[in-house]
Write a protein of this length. Structure first.
Length: 53
């Protein structure tokens, strides 16, 4: 599998914090980061998945 282009954001290089708040996990991102919207959209899709168990 080829590596993503250098400009493509991944979960490993996102300037974010994952925090637990009120029994939920929240992803805190710097809103001025250029790739914040795609990362937030991906996080929302992940959170919409049903609980596996």
């Amino acid at each position: 599998m080829p590596s993503p282009p250098p400009s493509a954001p991944t979960c490993f290089d996102a300037p974010a914090r994952l925090v637990d708040h009120a029994r939920r996990r929240e992803l805190k991102l710097d809103p001025t980061w250029p790739a914040a919207r795609p990362v937030v959209a991906a996080w929302d899709r992940i959170q919409a998945l049903p609980d596996p168990g």
